[in-house]
Ligand binder design. Structure first.
Ligand SMILES: [Zn+2]
Length: 76
């Protein structure tokens, strides 16, 4: 059996705990980024004024037309 001093055992214990925490943090960071990306979806809108089609967030009650800068109501 390999002889391990109490200091080395403590270092291995703390090192593995830090590695576990970093792994959990990286996993959560990756997961939160993914969910953030999926929550933002786009929808096709047609401008009431110039009839241009554009993409915007469907959560907004009003969207701004990139062509004529007019506000269009989000009809759902
Ligand atoms: Zn427009």
């Amino acid at each position: 059996m390999i002889e391990v001093s109490p200091d080395t055992a403590c270092m291995i214990y703390l090192g593995s705990a830090i590695i576990a925490l970093i792994t959990i943090w990286l996993y959560q960071h990756k997961y939160s980024k993914k969910s953030e990306k999926s929550s933002f979806s786009t929808k096709h809108f047609s401008c009431e004024f110039c009839h241009a089609t554009y993409l915007d967030n469907p959560v907004k009650p009003f969207t701004r037309c990139p062509e004529c800068q007019s506000l269009n109501k989000n009809t759902g």
